[in-house]
Design a protein. Structure first.
Lengths: 568, 462
């Protein structure tokens, strides 16, 4: 209220309406007062004048000897004594009232014309030279006097009455005038606070400037609201897009926290090393576009990121950084590369095997013929037989190589993973015992859609690989888990493990770390897995063991419950 | 000099009302704000507003005169009956507060699902309060003409502009001015009692007669019963008090309001009793046309004190505080409870408030015109206003809150009760009506009609 428009209207209007009432009342009171004063003064003057005339008359009669001077004086005194409010001063300067001489202080207060607030005191005098006397008559006037109020009561009441009505109407009018302005101000305040549903009930009914202002303001707010909604929609869309992409995006500004999308937040939260590397890249503040592939480890697995950093404008302190987890892409590329390499090697091996096989068959026939026709000593026979054994071994290798390079047909059926695992473990139980390896099999009853025999071959090769990796015994764990579409088999050993280079090459044909190995076992595994639309991953740490993760398409049906069995 | 003193006091009172009355102007766009101060009145505002509304011209102006004339027994048939009615209000305060309604007639629509009942109760209130506002204006006119020595017709115009002004701001303004009026009433009556006791200090206590001046008969039990059923139950069912329950900010505030108000009301009634008996001690032989003239006369001519202005202005405060409250209810009922339910289209809130203000103006002007030449017997007739309110509202209100009685019974009770009242009014001789008031048989009939199930059992207390 203190600074409100209402007060600014109210106060001047109040003054305007109250002033005439007050002035009218005051003037009326003043004029009544003056009339009363004039009346009183005239009355006293007439009174003094009549006393003077009487004194002159007495003096004449004394002079003419009609009455004695003493009697005349006595008559004068009686007259003064009977006349209310009249004082007389004799020829020696003493003032009398009722035959009593006034004391000096009484004289001073009698002759004083001092009066209180809104009061007046006059002392009228009349000299009687015939007697050497002076007459005094004080006149006291007051604005409080009842007589004045009686005279002006109605005028005052009318002034108060009209004043009250005028004030009330002024208050009502100032309220009425300021109300729409206050409503507008309140409307603007609510809009400023962000109230979307603020209402203004002025406008449609008013045709004056306030109405125009209200309508325009409402339209303006409506337009702003629409534009804001549009901007919000675009902003939401942009946010949705930015948060939907898998690429992490950082908007970097000097001395402020970078803005990031959801993917960036998740990646940075998951990978602290990446965060440090990115911070280092930001610190460099390269002026040119920078692209890097960063490699970190998350849960002992390699993770690859493609990172890009670029300034936004030459002089801007804004920069944008994008980073993408390309681990899967990189694995895919590796797999394609590996398959391509396997195919090339397979073709080459097949060609070589084919070329070797025919002469080898000749050598074998000739050797057998020589063995039958020649009379050889016992030692020579043994050497010749060794030749045949080696020829057979070479032949077998060639057969295996040819089998590897020949396209194999898969007939996928619904296979219970645990049954296949059990049969393989049963087969290798003796070997495991010899090597002092404990089998640990977690049963889950998942069904997969694969070729039954090929699954057995895959499992056989991988488990044997594990057994071979544990010369001093250990534990081989076979577990499985399921996602929405896949079943993932994990085969972990606690063997010697492999370094990163070895892991990179284990699926290459003829790559082996064992002297007696052919180097084709895991290559075949890889080929069969791919053939059955599966995937294979290897995680290995030197000295701690290796884990193979093989995933196949999940078959319809099947159940999942936990269980565990151990076999030696 | 007295007139100048009165003029000064009156001027101060006017300035205070102008300032306080403006309070609600900016808070009245919303219906709930206008009618019920947003149901947010705190304990202080609720108590002061309740007490200021409680004391009307009938209490402050009429009661000292009645005690002067009728002795102590008058207290039993007036103040005690009123206070007993207050107990009823205390009983319903919690249950009534639970209803989210704007007016008391709306409660009847919500409770009984009956627009007819809402409109009917609205009509009863409009007519009852119109007469009652006339009585307040008349009381104000008597006091102001006594104070300022101006004609009665001029002084009634003053209350008109005061009441219009304070009602314009809705219950916010009414409550704010009520706080001021309450203190004037409290201080005025206590001061009046003290000054009268002081003035009659030399008169021995045993010389003060407490019996009726005109009749040697004591208090009749029938008279008390009549008073209880007329005034007591009239108060208990009166929407001008019930609305103070609805306007409290919480149920607890509403209940505490009743308790605190009771304390102040008793203090003021005791002061009024002392004023009545003390006036008789000062001069017991005065004869007046109406008992309303006793207290102003005692203040003006029998007391010699500069506080006279405060004593007289406390009577003015009682008149204005009751009149603006009733005017607000009357105007509110005419629009919210009569016009709106009968309209097919809904009105926006600000239009309802504007229309209500126009009705305030219309009713205030009508009351003023009637008050210029008040019909003879209007003051004695005020007892019938209470009676009509009692028979038409008591059972539907209390029964509605405490029983499961359905709509037809409530309609039968209110219409039947009023019809019975009119019949009893004509049949019981006027001279008997003080003792055997028409409210007695009509309230009995209203109660029977309310609980009569026609052989079916569906009226149970809950």
């Amino acid at each position: 209220m203190r600074h409100s428009i209402e007060r600014k209207i109210l106060v001047p209007f109040l003054i305007i309406v109250l002033l005439p009432s007050l002035v009218t009342g005051a003037v009326s009171l003043w004029s009544s007062y003056q009339s009363e004063k004039e009346l009183k003064v005239t009355t006293v003057e007439e009174k003094l004048d009549s006393v003077h005339r009487y004194a002159t008359l007495l003096r004449n009669r004394v002079d003419e000897g009609e009455i004695a001077e003493q009697d005349a004086r006595s008559m004068m005194r009686e007259l003064i004594q009977d006349t209310e409010g009249l004082y007389a001063q004799n020829d020696v300067g003493v003032i009398y009232k009722n035959d009593r001489m006034l004391l000096p202080n009484q004289v001073a207060s009698l002759l004083s014309e001092e009066a209180g607030f809104l009061e007046e005191r006059l002392v009228l005098s009349e000299a009687l030279p015939e007697w050497g006397w002076t007459l005094y008559h004080p006149v006291e006037l007051s604005f409080y006097s009842g007589s004045l109020l009686n005279i002006q009561k109605y005028t005052l009441l009318v002034a108060i009455f009209t004043g009250v009505i005028a004030v009330q109407f002024t208050i009502l009018f100032s309220h009425h005038l300021s109300k729409p302005i206050k409503d507008l101000a309140s409307f603007c305040k609510r809009i400023a606070k962000g109230e979307a549903k603020a209402e203004l009930r002025i406008g449609s009914r008013r045709k004056d400037e306030i109405g125009v202002l209200a309508t325009s303001l409402q339209e303006m707010v409506h337009n702003l609201d629409e534009q804001k909604q549009q901007i919000d929609r675009i902003k939401q869309q942009n946010e949705r897009i930015l948060n939907s992409v898998h690429v992490g995006i950082l908007l970097i500004r000097k001395h402020t926290e970078p803005l990031s999308n959801v993917a960036a937040e998740e990646m940075l939260k998951r990978d602290q090393t990446l965060q440090r590397k990115l911070e280092a890249l930001i610190e460099r503040r390269s002026r040119h576009r920078t692209e890097e592939i960063m490699m970190t480890h998350v849960d002992h697995e390699k993770v690859y990121y493609a990172v890009s950093y670029q300034r936004m404008g030459a002089d801007s302190d804004l920069a944008i950084m994008t980073f993408e987890d390309i681990t899967q892409r990189r694995k895919l590329e590796q797999r394609v590369e590996r398959m391509s390499r396997l195919a090339s090697l397979g073709e080459m091996a097949s060609g070589i095997a084919h070329e070797i096989r025919n002469p080898l068959a000749g050598i074998k026939s000739t050797t057998e013929l020589l063995l039958r026709r020649l009379k050889l000593s016992e030692q020579e026979v043994k050497l010749t037989e060794n030749m045949l054994i080696d020829i057979e071994r070479v032949n077998k290798t060639i057969t295996t190589t040819l089998d590897f390079s020949r396209p194999v047909e898969s007939k996928p059926v619904n296979v219970k993973v645990d049954e296949s695992i059990q049969s393989v473990l049963l087969l290798l139980r003796t070997m495991a015992k010899e090597k002092q390896v404990t089998f640990k099999h977690c049963v889950h009853q998942f069904d997969v859609w694969v070729d039954r025999d090929q699954l057995r071959q895959i499992l056989l090769n991988v488990v044997m690989n594990g057994l071979n990796a544990m010369p001093d015994g250990g534990e081989l764990t076979m577990n499985s888990r399921a996602t929405d579409h896949d079943v993932i088999l994990t085969i972990s050993d606690t063997g010697i493990g492999m370094d990163e280079d070895t892991v990179e090459r284990i699926f290459d044909p003829f790559f082996t770390t064992r002297a007696e190995g052919t180097g084709l076992g895991l290559s075949i595994v890889h080929q069969l897995v791919v053939q059955n639309k599966g995937d294979i991953e290897v995680v290995s740490t030197s000295g701690r063991g290796t884990t193979f993760e093989i995933s196949f398409q999940r078959a319809e049906g099947g159940s999942s419950y936990g269980g565990e069995s151990r076999n030696h | 000099m007295d007139e100048l003193l009165y003029l000064g006091v009156f001027l101060l009172y006017t300035i205070a009302i102008l300032i306080l009355g403006k309070h609600g102007f900016d808070k009245t766009d919303d219906l709930s704000e206008y009618f019920l101060a947003g149901r947010g009145l705190g304990l202080f505002s609720s108590v002061t507003s309740f007490c200021a509304t409680w004391f009307s011209a009938a209490s402050i102006l009429g009661l000292p005169g009645l005690i002067y004339d009728g002795g102590v027994s008058v207290i039993w048939t007036t103040a005690v009956a009123w206070v007993l009615g207050m107990a009823g209000l205390f009983v319903i305060s919690s249950k009534l507060y639970a209803y989210d309604v704007m007016t008391v007639p709306e409660f009847f629509r919500v409770r009984y699902d009956s627009k007819v009942l809402q409109v009917w109760i609205g009509v009863v209130l409009v007519f009852s309060y119109l007469l009652y506002v006339v009585i307040q204006i008349r009381g104000f006119g008597i006091v102001i003409s006594q104070m300022l020595g101006v004609p009665y017709s001029v002084s009634v115009c003053l209350i008109y502009i005061f009441v219009l002004y304070t009602t314009f701001g809705g219950l916010h303004s009414v409550a704010r001015t009520d706080a001021f009026h309450f203190f004037l009433i409290l201080i005025g009556t206590m001061l009046g009692a003290f000054l009268i006791v002081e003035a009659s200090g030399e008169i021995p206590l045993e010389a003060i007669q407490t019996e009726s001046r005109s009749s040697s008969e004591g208090l009749s039990i029938w008279l008390f019963i009549s008073a209880f059923f007329t005034l007591g139950l009239g108060v208990a069912a009166n929407p001008q008090y019930a609305v103070r329950i609805l306007s409290a900010k919480s149920r607890r505030t509403a209940r505490n309001m009743m308790l605190f108000s009771l304390v102040f009301i008793v203090i003021i009634y005791v002061s009024i009793l002392i004023i009545g008996l003390g006036s008789r001690a000062l001069d017991g032989g005065l004869v007046f046309l109406t008992t309303d003239e006793v207290y102003p006369y005692v203040i003006t001519y029998l007391l010699d004190t500069p506080w006279k202005g405060v004593l007289l202005i406390s009577i003015v405060a009682a008149c204005v505080s009751t009149a603006n409250s009733q005017l607000l209810l009357m105007a509110g009922s005419s629009i919210y409870d009569i016009s709106l339910p009968l309209r097919k289209t809904k009105l926006p809130n600000d239009r309802v408030v504007t229309w209500t203000r126009w009705m305030v103006f219309l009713f205030a002007t009508s009351s003023l015109v009637i008050a210029f030449t008040p019909p003879e017997g209007i003051v004695p007739f005020s007892g019938h206003i209470w009676g009509m309110i009692t028979v038409s509202l008591f059972f539907p209100l209390y029964g509605g809150l405490f029983t499961k009685v359905p709509k037809p019974n409530a309609l039968r009770s209110t219409f039947g009760g009023v019809a019975a009242y009119i019949v009893a009014f004509w049949l019981i001789p006027a001279t008997w009506q003080d003792v055997y008031h028409p409210v007695l048989p009509s309230l009995l009939i209203a109660g029977l009609l309310f609980f009569w199930t026609g052989g079916k059992r569906h009226a149970s207390f809950h």
